[in-house]
Design a protein around this ligand. Structure first.
Ligand code: AMP
Length: 292
């Protein structure tokens, strides 16, 4: 469908305009089974009639977006995600709207949510974790190169494609920035000390979250989890990092996590160095594919 959209755009304007500018309507799609339900609407499997391309159509209700005052956030999400092209980032092909709803035309991630997989398996193997972390590091290198900070890397925002490749799916908290930021966002468990303490932060917040994710994949729970928010907060700020005895995790994995979960953001392992870390090199699938 992307090809159809882009070639159609080329007919209108030979300049390299974005596929998002194509004027879609609901009539362009056959709607199939529901794929899931989010906070602001529903997601359906759909087929673009002209190209037969299978997509996920996310239907958001304007009234709910307005009520929660997230229209601005959605606009930013669409603006950022529609310009990104990476195997490990879910494509946003375009959007359209009618009087009551906004529709997002998304790449279909056939193998569903990482969050559900993690719930099912309790924790992932080192091979699977290393493959996912390596893929995400590559996606984040691409994003940071475009001055985009994701700021909300966590299992709930990750989907799995047909080949078993990981896809970053939610850009609701991402920012396009050349500056350091102070905004507080995201889930507490994944927030780095500088965001918990509302001091300035930059792209290295995503390295911290990747460290949290690596830990959660291997142990089945994030490292600073606590019953009370205030305790999680305290543990993050102190970097109170403990490695449980079970499940057994190799020293290489722990070494990598310890190099990402560093309070001083300038001392966190840079993403290109992460890709060279021996544990990643030994365990990650070079094609970024986990088939189970
Ligand atoms: P969301 O509103 O983004 O939280 O989406 C609700 C649910 O729909 C998710 O939890 C997924 O199970 C499913 N879903 C969303 N987007 C896609 C997609 N692109 N491909 C497959 N399933 C999706």
């Amino acid at each position: 469908m992307a090809v159809a959209a882009e070639s159609q755009q080329e007919e209108k304007s030979p300049s390299k305009a974005s596929a998002v500018e194509r004027r879609w309507t609901l009539n362009d799609f056959d709607i199939g089974m529901p794929l899931g339900r989010g906070k602001f609407g529903h997601v359906y499997l759909a087929r673009e009639k002209r190209s037969n391309h299978i997509v996920a159509l996310k239907v958001l209700f304007k009234s709910q977006l307005k009520q929660s005052q997230v229209e601005h956030q959605l606009r930013r999400e669409v603006e950022i995600q529609s310009h990104l092209r990476h195997l490990n980032i879910l494509r946003l092909y375009g959007y359209f709207y009618d009087q009551t709803r906004v529709y997002l035309i998304l790449e279909y991630a056939a193998k569903g949510e990482v969050y559900k997989e993690l719930q099912k398996c309790k924790y992932f193997s080192e091979r699977r974790t290393a493959t996912y972390i390596s893929s995400l590091a590559q996606a984040l290198i691409y994003l940071h190169g475009k001055h985009v900070i994701h700021r909300d890397i966590k299992p709930e925002n990750l989907l799995i494609g047909i080949q078993g490749e990981l896809k970053i799916a939610d850009f609701g908290w991402s920012v396009h920035t050349f500056n350091r930021r102070r905004t507080m966002c995201g889930t507490l468990d994944y927030l780095p000390p500088e965001m918990v303490e509302s001091v300035e932060h930059d792209a290295s917040v995503d390295i911290w979250s990747l460290g949290i994710l690596c830990y959660e994949f291997l142990y089945g729970a994030p490292p600073f989890e606590a019953k009370e928010h205030s305790d999680t907060y305290r543990r993050i700020v102190k970097v109170d990092l403990k490695y449980p005895l079970k499940p057994i995790v190799s020293p290489g994995a722990k070494d990598l996590i310890s190099q990402m979960l560093v309070k001083d953001s300038s001392q966190r392992l840079p993403l290109h160095k992460l890709l060279e870390h021996p544990w990643i090199v030994q365990n990650a699938d070079p094609a970024g594919v986990y088939r189970g």
